[in-house]
Design a protein around this ligand. Structure first.
Ligand code: FAD
Ligand code: NAI
Length: 472
């Protein structure tokens, strides 16, 4: 007889593993099926995020930033380094061990919360009287509720499949064994900028080719402009408005033909090519047809606001459904769905999902951009404060960028906060909390912030909304 569960989660990334843990916490008999394999063929829980996404990219961003500091910035602090060297194999090894700590951590959490784990592919078999019959690797199990959290895959350019040796997705981009002399990235989105930064810091000559004429179109224009200035200064070459043509592999690497923004034909040769043009929802092997689970034209599982699919008691969360492809969005949806199954009021506020690009300077934002407010005809007030006028940023030696507040002109409610600068990833949390509590810019302006700290720039930007900054 097939093992029976209250909740079966297919996919062990941030959406899936968190949903399984929350379901178990709520008293359900929960199972999670995940097929990711480590290099020994064993399980590697955590999905894209842990294995080839958030975690390894941040490990390499940290290592490469240390290297850049040692090679370029230590001297400003009176620290002279001689014989500086780079051991890429060790750097990659450290990244792998950070990944493994996270994989093992999730296995431990499953044991602690009594989540049953099945290593292998999960696929729908049929809907029956006891719920849904699911193939879990070699076993067949049944569940009253099913949560699909099968994530996404990198999008390839038509006719240019990833070989992960020369033409790299995010996976290969995190495993390049030696610093390429020349690296081309297609797409100047989040991965293009993060991975471009890693390899530029380590010494590669990096060119990023972007189809759109605007740099980081989803980011507040003023912030994107400031970020672009910083990347230009660092030597990260970003070409906007290009049309990528033929791509040919050569003995030395790859040749990319493209038309630049002026319409001129160009050719660029590189050792490696990273294609970072977005990701596609993944339902490979899920067998949604067996139960009639509805997908949209992009291949995403169709869900309502509350992550209900077209089938009763089947839910879907994370990258495989609509909305931003972010780990924390997947996690919030996973928690909310487990709580809804328990009859509670799970809640995800899409307006307060923060975004972070972990470059240097970091870029982080929450809520509306100035261009969105203008387009919607909203009356707003804006306040900015530069890190140049922040004591802690000067002490750090990192004064690039600013904090920007956008508040409703009538009520002063915070509508958006945008940061480019040091530790923007951490600073944005204050804005998220404030917006979740529907705070006004005055609320932040009147809160005592520690001195000297980068967070004082947040307070000052809130003060700037009413043109009363104290330190600028
Ligand atoms: P995934 O993490 O993709 O997990 C899905 C899991 O399901 C995988 O383990 C997969 O093997 C498994 N699976 C799929 N189908 C089946 C099946 N049929 N049976 C069994 N198992 C199956 N987001 C951030 O918020 N911050 C970041 O800093 C960040 N950095 C990123 C860097 C890179 C390079 C990339 C590529 C992504 C990054 N992301 C980041 C995005 C983030 O990784 C995703 O949004 C997140 O992983 C989505 O979680 P998920 O649970 O929906 O899917
Ligand atoms: P992206 O959507 O961020 O950027 C893709 C870029 O490629 C866009 O600017 C797009 O205009 C461009 N593009 C598309 N087709 C093109 C073409 N043919 N030629 C040239 N340019 C083209 O996608 P990316 O960078 O692949 O990342 C995927 C997703 O992963 C992100 O959207 C994000 O959700 C997630 N992610 C999140 C991170 C974070 O939170 N720090 C880090 C990395 C990824």
């Amino acid at each position: 007889m097939a093992k029976q569960f209250d909740v079966i989660v297919i996919g062990g990334g941030p959406g899936g593993y968190i949903a399984a843990i929350r379901a178990a916490q709520l008293g359900f008999n929960a199972a999670c099926i995940d097929e990711w394999k480590n290099d020994k063929g064993g399980p590697a829980l955590g999905g894209t995020c842990t294995n080839v996404g958030c975690i390894p990219s941040k490990a390499l961003l940290q290592s490469s930033e240390h290297y850049e500091h040692a090679s370029k910035h230590f001297a400003d602090h009176g620290i002279n380094v001689s014989g500086l060297g780079l051991d890429v194999a060790k750097m990659l090894g450290r990244k792998d061990s950070v990944v493994k700590q996270n994989n093992d951590g999730i296995q431990y959490l499953f044991k602690k919360n009594k989540v049953s784990f099945f290593h292998g592919r999960g696929s729908f078999v049929k809907a029956g009287a006891d719920g849904y019959e699911i193939k879990a690797g070699e076993e067949t199990i049944t569940g009253k509720h099913v949560i699909v959290a099968t994530g996404s895959n990198a999008r390839a350019l038509p006719g240019v499949p990833f070989d992960e040796q020369v033409v790299l997705s995010n996976d290969g981009a995190l495993r390049v064994g030696a610093v390429p002399k020349k690296l081309v990235l297609i797409g100047s989105g989040v991965i293009g900028l993060e991975m471009g930064s890693v390899w530029r810091r380590l010494g590669a000559e990096v060119t990023v080719l972007e189809a759109l004429p605007t740099f980081l179109g989803a980011v507040d224009e003023q912030i994107a402009k400031e970020a672009k200035k910083a990347f230009d200064k660092q030597g990260l070459k970003i070409e906007l408005g290009v049309k990528v043509g033929d791509i040919a592999k050569t003995a030395a690497g790859v040749t990319v033909n493209y038309t630049n923004a002026k319409g001129e034909a160009q050719k660029i040769e590189a050792d490696k090519l990273i294609v970072s043009i977005g990701r596609v929802p993944n339902t490979i092997g899920l067998n949604p047809e067996a139960v009639g689970l509805k997908l949209d034209e992009r291949g995403a599982i169709v869900v309502d606001e509350e992550c209900r699919t077209s089938l009763p008691n089947v839910w879907a969360v994370g990258d495989v459904v609509r909305g931003p492809m972010l780990a924390h969005k997947a996690e919030e949806e996973g928690v909310a769905v487990a709580e809804r199954i328990a009859g509670q009021h799970g809640h995800v506020n899409f307006n307060t999902v923060p975004w972070v690009i972990y470059t240097s300077p970091e870029i982080a934002w929450v809520g509306q951009t100035e261009q969105q407010l203008k387009a919607a005809g909203v009356q707003y007030k804006a306040g900015t404060f530069p890190f140049l006028a922040n004591g802690r940023a000067r002490a750090l030696g990192d004064t690039t960028g600013m904090v920007k507040f956008l508040a409703d002109a009538r009520t002063d409610e915070i509508l958006g906060v945008h940061i480019v600068g040091p530790m923007a990833s951490e600073l944005i949390s204050e804005a998220v909390v404030a917006m979740e509590f529907r705070a006004s810019s005055e609320d932040i302006a009147r809160i005592c912030h520690a001195h000297p700290s980068l967070s004082e720039a947040t307070k000052e930007a809130a003060l700037a909304v009413d043109k009363r900054t104290l330190n600028f």
